[in-house]
Design a protein. Structure first.
Length: 137
């Protein structure tokens, strides 16, 4: 575990409790602080309470989808969003960056793949050595 992951807070939003539990365990074991939400009201409450460093959000949820939620986030701060979805459609890959997402990953995914994407999204925007990046995984 590195200092980078030990200090970062991730907010996870998914309507599937099993996925939330799996992601919570994975992220906590990787050294992140985690808050979870099942739907948009809970997400917005947790967002304002926790001030996350990164957001993992399902695209398909009841009432409002992840794109709808992302469009309503404050624009004065840049918080990386990674969308996760079981419905991998090309149009979603186009919509994700339009609403400000850093990345998009389809379920099922390898835990190492998600952790690498999170690490990349939390990195400063300068170029980094691939060796340094891989050594910390």
């Amino acid at each position: 575990m590195t200092t980078l992951t030990a200090t970062k807070h991730i907010l996870v939003c998914d309507d599937d409790s099993d996925i939330l539990e799996l992601l919570n365990c994975l992220l906590v074991n990787a050294g992140y602080s985690v808050a979870v939400a099942h739907e948009h009201h809970e997400f917005m409450q947790r967002f304002h309470e926790t001030k996350p460093d990164l957001i993992l959000m399902d695209v398909h949820m009841p009432e409002h989808d992840g794109f709808w939620i992302a469009e309503r986030l404050p624009t004065n701060e840049r918080i990386p969003i990674i969308f996760i979805t079981a419905h991998d459609r090309p149009v979603y890959r186009v919509c994700a960056p339009i609403v400000g997402a850093e990345d998009y990953i389809a379920k099922p995914f390898a835990p190492e793949d998600l952790l690498a994407r999170i690490k990349k999204a939390l990195q400063p925007t300068k170029r980094v050595s691939v060796r340094h990046f891989l050594d910390d995984l």
